[in-house]
Design a binder for this molecule. Structure first.
Ligand code: TYM
Length: 330
């Protein structure tokens, strides 16, 4: 197994990132079934304008958050995408393989460009090709992500298959997405039909791993819900997106199934459920928040760890890039 995944170093690490992806990164690292490569997708981040000083800060803060969440730089290769030029180089080569029609189907581009498609950056459009390069460079077999990245990984598989066929090589491995069933899509606390996201203007819509216990409790208390009590089984959550989201978050944090959580809370209203959920969040996330603050106090150490990761990532990425150039006659 070769495990590879990335996260954009913009904004705070939030509960959606954590439950949808990072917990699986940590689990796969700790199970030790394959070498792990985790990176800060800083080249992806510039597909939307980033204020340079903020991006620089965000990169270190995201490294701190990942380490605090359990990524161990002595067991996983943790690095910045920008430190491994092979990502950009392979992305260009794969631009020759990817088809415009394939990119036109990407829902994330449609969502992020919105009504202003003509004004979107070219990078936002070709972003999934860079993402394909990210995983194909390392011969990734498993890519732990939230559900919103599934389509990008299917594209990576299509690009890998077409490249291998066009150039009659067996160069690229087809990557498999690893998506957690109950936490595939953690939704906003203000709207159960929109995903929890760093780009939501309302900070009340998300739980950040750096939030204080008081703020976490306040956000849960104010989370949108409905007046009905919790049902006895999961079918009763259908058509109740906010209730479904909060129960899903509880189950994931407690490592329990949704039916087990409902068995305990059935018939009770949110007045009883919300404080229990807030306590569980504070208990699970509080220690991570404290560790993030400690790590952020030593930026030189974070830079040192990222430099070590970059050396290892360059070693592994280089040979694949060379083979891709060779295969193409370059
Ligand atoms: P990003 O930075 O938006 O998110 C990082 C990870 O968090 C997951 N995620 C969620 N999961 C469940 N519920 C949510 N509300 C939620 N919000 C975010 C994402 O699915 C992701 O796994 N394009 C990627 C970064 C990337 C990448 C890669 C990932 C670049 N290259 C190669 C895997 C492999 C992104 O923008 O993720």
């Amino acid at each position: 197994m070769r495990i590879v995944s990335g996260i954009q170093p913009t904004g705070n690490l939030h509960l959606g990132n954590y439950l949808g992806a990072i917990r699986n990164w940590v689990r796969m690292q700790n199970e030790g079934q394959g070498e792990c490569f985790f990176f800060l997708a800083d080249l992806h981040a510039i597909s939307l304008y980033q204020e340079p000083a903020g991006l620089r800060r965000g990169i270190r803060e995201m490294a701190a958050a990942l380490i605090a969440a359990g990524i161990d730089p002595s067991r996983s290769t943790l690095f910045r995408q920008r430190d491994v030029p092979a990502h950009s180089e392979l992305a260009w080569l794969l631009n020759g393989t990817a088809r415009v029609g394939w990119l036109n189907r990407m829902t994330q581009f449609k969502d992020k460009s919105g009504k202003n498609r003509e004004g979107a950056s070219v990078a936002l459009y070709t972003y999934p090709v860079l993402q394909a390069a990210d995983v194909l460079l390392y011969q990734a077999t498993h890519v732990p992500v939230g559900e919103d990245q599934k389509q990008h990984l299917e594209l990576a598989r299509d690009i890998a298959t077409k490249f291998n066929t066009d150039y009659a090589v067996e160069l690229f491995t087809l990557p498999e997405p690893i998506i957690p069933p109950a936490a595939a899509r953690i939704m906003s606390l203000r709207d159960g039909t929109a995903k929890m996201s760093k780009s939501d203007p309302s900070d009340m819509s998300r739980i950040n791993l750096t939030d204080t216990p008081d703020l976490i409790s306040q956000k849960v208390r104010k989370a949108k819900t409905d007046p009905e009590p919790l049902p006895e089984d999961p079918a009763g959550l259908e058509g109740r997106p906010e209730a479904k989201n909060l129960v899903g978050i509880y189950a994931t944090l407690a490592n329990e199934s949704v039916p087990a959580v409902l068995a305990r809370f059935a018939g009770q209203g949110f007045g009883a459920f919300k404080p229990a959920l807030a306590d569980l969040m504070v208990e699970s996330l509080g220690p991570i928040g404290e560790r993030i603050a400690q790590l952020n106090a030593d930026p030189a150490e974070l830079d040192r760890l990222l430099a070590i990761g970059a050396t290892r990532a360059n070693e592994v990425a280089g040979p694949t890039l060379t083979k891709a150039y060779d295969a193409m006659g370059l």
